[in-house]
Write a protein that binds this ligand. Sequence first.
Ligand code: UFG
Length: 329
Amino acid sequence: MAILVLGGAGYIGSHTVYELIATGHDVVVADNLTTGFRAAVHPKARFYQLDARDHAALSDLFAKEKIEGVIHFAAYSQVGESMSNPLKYYDNNLYGATVLLQAMQEHDVKNIVFSSTAAVYGEPERMPILEDDPTKPTNCYGETKLAMEKMMYWASQANGLHYVALRYFNACGAHPSGQIGEAHNPETHLIPLILQVPNGQRQKIAIYGDNYPTPDGTCIRDYIHVSDLAQAHILALDYLLRGGENNVFNLGNGVGFSVRQVIDTARQTTGHAIPAEIAPKRAGDPAQLVASSAKAQQVLGWQPEYTNLADIVETAWQWHRTHPNGYEK
Ligand code: UFG
């Protein structure tokens, strides 16, 4: 029996495929390669280029492969773009999930681990954030992910689907082998943008706002290594295959770092001065987002390995230093 990873050519998907293969799983990857890269797919995974909205192609795949569980990453994930083009997000994220769940139902595949986000919480009321805290997304991306969680809930009530939704905080870092890493176009995430400065691709890093109600005035986030996220998917899948009930888990380190602290860490890692300048706030950025991952630790037995920000930034730097243009030659 194989595991189907939809979106397995993307950032978190490709790292999860590497961990699945390292732990002896048979892996099938499906990706439309709109934002993912063929080169990011592990050579031992069987690859299908298809779109999650293509019912016929998905049905063919389920008919051909014996799939015991699905890990679903395939979605658009840029907060800013989701605000200017919300229908693009509804179409890909929600319609894609609808077609996937229909095809799973038709082929009697019951287990799905789903890639959700801290963006489902919106502006949090308390810190650290717990899974049953209110979900009030402040952007369309988070809204589509929350709607996908709810779609799985109702499908589970009606037809026995088993699901786990994993709400990631700030995914970062790269595979320790240096073979795969983060590659977005355009890049919007803090750590890869900072590392473009020592890589000679950017003069300075912009700090989006320095008058937030935080100790140094800049936003605080919970940075979690992509390999630790990958491990959590495998644990969640094992949990479902053992008969675990439907569940939702936060995934973060439980420690917040400010934008300034992340820049300082990158300065130490790279030995570069990395000039920074204050820029206007980015719309919709909460001051602080820190996870409680106690539930994932207790129920799944998940324990992040990369608990030190410098180690996380080091893996990111190894990747970006050696792949300044990502997967492009
Ligand atoms: N930031 C800067 N300068 C930059 C880029 C980012 O100061 O050039 C700041 C942002 O304002 C934010 C922090 O760095 O305070 C982190 O920003 P990222 O864009 O790296 O990440 P976000 O916290 O905005 O987004 C992440 C995920 C989203 C998810 C969101 C949940 O990437 O998918 O967390 O709130 F929706």
